[in-house]
Design a protein around this ligand. Structure first.
Ligand code: TXA
Ligand code: MG
Length: 324
């Protein structure tokens, strides 16, 4: 676990233009000084991410928001007050302090306050904003432990802060608050229902067919193994069939099939609680990759609450692979 001196050292690395992997409550991020154009460019290079894909600026508290954005609409103020620190990212009009390199050339910027003691200590020690995408190579599964980060990025990152396993496990919910009404660009750790309860009205969530967030291709969040989604009751049969056809099959066994014997290479029972499933999802996908599976059979959870984010990530993992 990161010590105070680790945090001081990490802040130094950021000041010197280096890259620091930092824990957040959602997933680990690959951080740089948001105002250092060269450091921001290195993030894209290390991740293999196209420069047009915007990053999130992490700040130390809602009271810093005005420093990073052009204007803060009442809705943004309300949501920030309610959910920060926490797994909510707000898209607002870009303030002058944010270089266009960090926003992929957009005049909007995504901002959030992470709810993790190590991330908050780093933000406080550093003093500025930290741009941080998830600390994985472009298109692959986000890391939820410091070991995942090291396995994913190795020496390409200058310093890794260990904050233990991430508590939420899927990325933040991204809400665009630049328009008349807020809309969810990416479902995540704050549920649509939570947002609606605070706003007092229903809001738009992404349809599963229509990809709205720039930089989100269907193939994102994908393990090396191909992912196939079937109805929960068909998971065992589908897995057995594929195994008989010569695949090394990994199974995410839905709770409704708990205890069912499945003929496959590796079987991981999925937690019945959505909080538990979200926390473990990426770890499961990594584990099945590590165990040599070339095909993963899974089913979608009920897509409400955190199930919306889990379903979104599973669909993307199962989506068509682009050249990566
Ligand atoms: O939980 C999280 O959000 C994690 C942790 C590290 O904070 N970060 C994360 O970053 O998931 P990344 O780069 O993997 O995903 C950021 C998403 C991208 O899909 C990007 O397209 C979107 O945020 N985004 C960033 N700026 C945007 C903007 N101005 N307008 C719309 N979408 C934006
Ligand atoms: Mg990512």
């Amino acid at each position: 676990m990161a010590t105070t001196s680790d945090i001081e050292k990490a802040a130094e690395v950021l000041r010197a233009g280096g890259l620091v992997a930092l824990p957040t409550e959602t997933v680990y991020g690959l951080g740089a000084n948001a105002e250092d154009v060269a450091a921001v460019a290195r993030i894209f290079q290390v991740k293999g991410r196209p420069p047009s894909h915007p990053l999130i600026v992490h700040i130390g508290g809602a009271h810093h928001l005005d420093e990073w954005v052009e204007e803060v609409p009442a809705t943004a103020r309300l949501l920030a007050g309610q959910f920060w620190p926490g797994p909510l990212t707000l898209v607002l009009r870009r303030g002058r302090r944010v270089p266009l390199e960090a926003t992929g050339g957009l005049e909007t910027v995504a901002v959030r306050v992470p709810d993790h003691p190590v991330a908050l200590a780093l933000l406080s020690a550093f003093g500025g904003g930290i741009t941080a995408p998830s600390a994985n190579r472009f298109g692959s599964v986000s890391p939820t432990t410091a070991d995942d980060v090291r396995a994913e990025l190795g020496d390409a990152v200058d310093f890794v802060l260990d904050g233990g396993p991430c508590g939420v496990g899927v990325e933040s919910t991204i809400v665009d608050v630049t328009g008349e009404t807020p809309s969810i660009l990416r479902p995540g750790g704050v549920t649509r229902e939570d947002l609606e309860a605070v706003l007092g009205y229903l809001i738009e969530a992404p349809s599963t067919s229509h990809v709205r967030v720039p930089g989100q291709h269907p193939s994102h969040y994908a393990p090396s193994a191909r992912v196939v989604l079937v109805e929960p009751e068909k998971v065992a049969d589908e897995a057995q069939l594929a195994q008989e056809q010569g695949h090394q099959v990994g199974v995410l066994l839905p709770p409704s099939l708990a205890g069912t014997a499945v003929k496959a290479h590796a079987v991981v029972p999925v937690p019945a609680s959505m909080v538990g499933y979200a926390r473990e999802l990426y770890g499961f996908l990594r584990e099945l990759d590590r165990r040599g599976c070339d095909l993963i059979v899974a089913s979608l959870p009920v897509e409400e609450g955190l199930g919306l984010a889990i379903g979104n990530r599973l669909r993307r993992a199962a989506g068509p692979r682009s050249s990566q």
